[in-house]
Design a protein around this ligand. Structure first.
Ligand code: ADP
Ligand code: MG
Length: 340
């Protein structure tokens, strides 16, 4: 064959492939490509973690933008490490009433309710103890016993007061409000609400492991979400089906420091002042991401037996508890996992 003929053959072949692809696309043979046209997915660092937002459908790009804007606004209200936040204002004015916006009030009230429901295993007034351990700052150290005792005396969720009419919050002097165990879930929930209100049929928000979904996957089946292995956070240990639900995981591998071979992590037992021991990770599945967030922290504090009892007591809440040697999957979740 001479060169000309070879080129002609090659050109013909290329045209044939392009033609077939175009035809296939028009006939809808490659639906993934079509779906992608209306899917927007973007990541941003917010709340000290990578936040992923994926929205399918019309206006997805504008909606993703709105969700990120809202989440950033809310972080500025709730973070006690941002001096201008409303939570910082409450902490600075401890002893006095502080007027806050309706969403801050809602979050504080939800935090109080979760503290009640968990009998104080989750306690939104844990801030002073966290400060001693240095979580939130760069200076991390193991506190002295008497320092801890003093800080623990300021931890008592029953002392938080809310005046709904005035939209005001008051905490006792010396108490430090910390919403780190619930705010992330709450903010994810607010993002999801924007999407539901806009009529979005399919979306996913992942804020560093606090995950909430709208609807189901493009193929009509539940979303599949991986739960990390506490020993090897880069690998997946469980895959959970999510159908218009939320999943939140608390683990001792997320934020910690090590002194003389002992790992000190950021989930503190409000009864002792020390990092909660026993469980390696807790995954909670439920309808409301803020509640899942607080419950995951509480179950982590309560440990294997009491944590499990709490999960069994709460309607609509499923869980996976992982220790060094054992794992418990709540029956409802085990069933859903088996049938996915
Ligand atoms: P992460 O923030 O890593 O997702 P969690 O949801 O379990 O993990 O929340 C841990 C955060 O909750 C801590 O960084 C701290 O701000 C706060 N916290 C720690 N212990 C408690 C507790 N017993 N009750 C309420 N909040 C807590
Ligand atoms: Mg939590």
């Amino acid at each position: 064959m001479d060169m000309k003929k070879r080129y002609a053959l090659l050109l013909g072949l290329i045209l044939l492939i392009v033609g077939a692809a175009l035809l296939g696309y028009r006939m809808g043979w490659v639906p993934q490509v079509k779906a992608q046209e209306t899917t927007t997915q973007r990541s941003m660092i917010l709340m000290d973690t990578v936040v992923d937002v994926r929205v399918d459908g019309r206006n997805s790009a504008a909606l993703v933008e709105r969700v990120f804007q809202r989440m950033a606004e809310l972080e500025k209200l709730f973070s006690r490490f941002i001096p201008e936040s409303e939570v910082s204002a409450i902490n600075r004015a401890a002893g006095d009433w502080v007027e806050v916006s309706p969403l801050t009030l809602e979050l504080v009230e939800l935090g109080m309710e979760m503290s009640r429901i968990t009998d104080g295993a989750f306690d939104l007034t844990i801030g002073a103890v966290l400060d001693l351990w240095g979580f939130g700052s760069d200076i991390r150290r193991v506190p002295e016993e008497d320092e801890l005792r003093e800080a623990l005396a300021t931890v008592d969720f029953t002392q938080v007061e809310v005046n709904r009419k005035q939209g005001a919050v008051r905490i006792p002097q010396g108490t430090v409000l910390d919403l780190g165990g619930i705010a992330k879930g709450f903010i994810v929930g607010q993002g999801i609400e924007i999407l539901r209100d806009a009529g979005v049929e399919r979306a996913l928000i992942n804020a560093g492991g606090d995950i909430s979904v709208v609807g189901r996957r493009p193929d009509g089946r539940p979303w599949r979400v991986g739960v990390q292995d506490p020993d090897q956070p880069s690998s997946i240990r469980y895959v959970l089906p999510l159908d218009d639900q939320s999943v939140v995981t608390s683990g001792d591998y997320q934020r910690y420091f090590t002194v003389e071979g002992v790992r000190y992590h950021h989930i503190i037992d409000p009864f002792t002042g020390y990092p909660a021991r026993g469980l390696r990770s807790v995954t909670i599945v439920g309808d409301d991401p803020a509640m899942c967030d607080a419950i995951s922290t509480a179950v982590f504090v309560l440990g294997w037996a009491e944590g499990r009892a709490l999960v069994e007591r709460l309607p609509g809440v499923e869980a996976i508890l992982v220790t060094d040697t054992d794992a418990w999957i709540s029956p409802g979740l085990a069933e859903a996992m088996a049938s996915q």
